[in-house]
Design a protein around this ligand. Structure first.
Ligand SMILES: [Zn+2]
Length: 311
């Protein structure tokens, strides 16, 4: 859809610089070993590391399973990728009791190639690497009259920014995510744009658009807590009527342009529960749902999340 969301998404985006650092000899050896055996890296003194998918592409969410080989290790390790640090969380109900999972978001703004991941444990760090595959995203040309990019209020952007920073410890999603609208997909994730003939370096379509009749049901893609309710009448000029859901562990959904909102902030919703209706509020040219799926503040491709459970 033609829209002015660039203003919001550019401002609220967190650009992850997954700079590939010059790897130490040990890292290089680990990387070669990892590439030889596929997704499962060889055991080391500190952690067994399993990366899924083994061959990720731009936009994928990378799941990293960590199993300490020492029973004494109980603190969740962190991962360093470029200049960002990602938390891991203990896997609940795990009979082994000592496995952790971390999620690393990727986006069309990154460069394909070797992705160096540093695992920071209690006593030792370990380096692994994965090859991030390139991907061609569709492009659109948008012609905007001057002044059309002035939409949006500080109130709106501050609230959306704060929502996108949420990382809560309990995992609330399970299994593949539910399709949030029965409408047809009109703009897929990752579409890039030329604005008035100039390539927009920081823009990509941060979600999926579904075209559907005004008022038709929008459902929660997964269980979660409602942590953002924003209304056009209160200054949500770009997003329009908005619901943000916290699925836990840094995984969030934002549903925008709604005609109506059927939930309250703080409420828990189940997967598939109706949270509002499709609309065209905010900067929108026709009734559609825009669903953005965020992992640690980065908009990721929801498609892999829809087709399989993130392990
Ligand atoms: Zn959209």
């Amino acid at each position: 859809m033609v829209d002015m969301r660039m203003t919001a998404t550019m401002r609220t985006s967190v650009t992850v610089k997954l700079a590939v650092k010059l790897m130490a000899k040990r890292t290089a050896i680990a990387a070669i070993a990892a590439s030889l055996v596929g997704a499962i890296a060889p055991p080391s003194r500190a952690y067994e590391v399993q990366i899924d998918p083994s061959s990720p592409q731009l936009g994928d969410t990378i799941s990293v399973l960590l199993r300490p080989d020492q029973a004494t290790s109980t603190q969740p390790p962190t991962l360093t990728v470029g200049d960002r640090i990602y938390p891991s969380f203990a896997i609940s109900g795990d009979s082994a009791g000592r496995r952790f999972r971390a999620l690393i978001p990727t986006s069309p703004l990154e460069k394909a190639g070797q992705l160096a991941i540093q695992v920071n444990g209690e006593e030792e760090t370990r380096n692994v690497a994965v090859r991030l595959r390139d991907r061609n995203f569709r492009t659109q040309s948008i012609w905007l009259p001057p002044g059309d990019d002035d939409l949006g209020t500080d109130f709106e952007f501050d609230r959306v920014d704060a929502f996108k920073k949420l990382v809560t410890p309990e995992r609330l999603w399970s299994g593949p995510l539910v399709r949030p609208s029965s409408g047809e997909v009109t703009t897929e994730y990752g579409v890039q744009r030329y604005y008035n003939g100039k390539f927009a370096d920081d823009y990509y379509h941060r979600g999926v658009d579904y075209a559907a009749a005004t008022g038709s049901a929008v459902v929660a893609p997964a269980a979660g807590y409602v942590r953002l309710v924003g209304r056009e009448a209160e200054g949500f000029e770009v997003h329009g009527n908005t619901v943000g859901l916290d699925h836990g562990q840094g995984v969030l959904s934002i549903m925008i342009h709604l005609s109506r909102i059927g939930v309250k902030e703080g409420e828990f919703v189940k997967a598939g529960q109706v949270i509002g209706g499709v609309g065209s509020t905010g900067a929108s040219t026709g009734p559609h749902l825009h669903w953005g799926l965020y992992v640690h503040g980065v908009s990721v491709d929801p498609v892999p999340w829809r087709s399989a459970a993130i392990p």
